[in-house]
Design a protein around this ligand. Structure first.
Ligand code: BEZ
Length: 317
């Protein structure tokens, strides 16, 4: 079994016809047919139902296609990534992807720390969600990403940086906004408010019946305490959620670093629950060799040290 036989089979299976597939692959139809027959005889299994018009896959053919397609995709990715790995880095360029919620926090400070070390480094920032960072790393659209979700991708190394606490964002006129800061707010005190949800990526939640299959991150925080807010509304992103809070339309929970946003209209208050946190990850291609990425990681640790922030010290592969 070789890779071209497998590729030919996948193209025929997708096209549903030898003539169409032969055109796509730019080879003759008899030669294509011979390759697929060889594959079938090596497997000892018929993959195509040639008597059916239009041609279909046998049950074994469907099974084989489902097994082979992801392997070919992975091979293709490995080829592209290896070629990129062997290319010299674009000198003095670093493209950083980030989720909106990290921009308000330490990102500007981390970048200026890297710039102190490399004044000529040209840094480009791209807002991109955690999930899209995985493919943007592979396509070379970004060199490094900062996100908040754990992903399982063999090509990507995720460096866990730290847990950040959520705080509750309340309109200034909310009765809880006048509470002294040292008395935290409990989730059960927020059940009558409209909770504004803003996460676009669902949590890959464990099928735990205790959490009602909750896949929104904020709802999940309540569900872990066996609570469910009565009223919710969903918006596109965290900035809109904070805009609605400022307009008195409801409340929301945001990572602590956002508590500098719209402080004239929004009161941010500590939550009583210490487990109400959100992780921050640095995402990079596994085994990449761009020296600026390690500098960025060290600058992040340096900012944490200077601010006395607890973090998890990990190294790049
Ligand atoms: C942080 O808040 O920990 C953080 C923000 C942006 C990039 C890296 C870390």
């Amino acid at each position: 079994m070789d890779i071209s036989q497998l590729t030919y089979f996948v193209v025929v299976a997708k096209a549903g016809s030898f003539s169409q597939a032969a055109k796509t692959l730019a080879i003759s139809q008899p030669s294509l047919s011979r390759h697929v027959q060889q594959l079938e005889s090596e497997l000892g299994v018929e993959l195509l139902d040639r008597y059916h018009r239009p041609m279909t896959l046998t049950t074994a053919g469907h099974f084989f296609l489902a097994q082979i397609e992801p392997i070919l995709l992975q091979l293709e990715q490995a080829r592209e990534l290896t070629q990129r790995f062997a290319q010299p880095h674009r000198n003095n360029h670093l493209t950083i992807g980030f989720v909106a919620s990290v921009l308000y926090g330490l990102l500007p400070e981390i970048i200026s720390t890297v710039k102190q070390r490399h004044p000529n480094l040209d840094i480009k920032l791209v807002e991109i969600n955690s999930e899209q960072q995985m493919s943007a790393l592979k396509s070379g659209d970004i060199d490094v990403g900062f996100g908040r979700f754990r992903h399982n991708d063999n090509f990507v190394q995720q460096i866990f940086l730290r847990h950040e606490r959520f705080v509750v964002a309340l309109p200034m006129a909310h009765p809880l906004a006048s509470r002294p800061d040292d008395i935290g707010i409990a989730f059960k005190e927020l059940l009558e408010d409209t909770l504004i949800l803003y996460h676009r990526t669902p949590l890959p939640i464990l099928q735990n019946p205790l959490f009602n299959g909750e896949t929104d991150q904020l709802m999940y925080l309540f569900a872990r305490h066996q609570l469910s807010p009565h009223l919710t509304t969903k918006v596109r992103d965290i900035q809109i959620a904070l805009g609605l809070v400022a307009a008195g339309e409801g409340i929301t929970l945001v990572p602590d670093s956002l508590k500098t946003v719209r402080t004239e209209q929004i009161h941010y208050h500590r939550l009583r629950h210490e487990d109400a946190t959100t992780p921050i990850f640095m995402n990079v291609l596994a085994h990449q060799s761009n020296p600026y990425i390690d500098d960025l990681l060290q600058a992040t640790y340096q900012v944490y040290e200077a601010k006395g922030i607890t973090y998890s010290n990990q190294s790049l592969n």
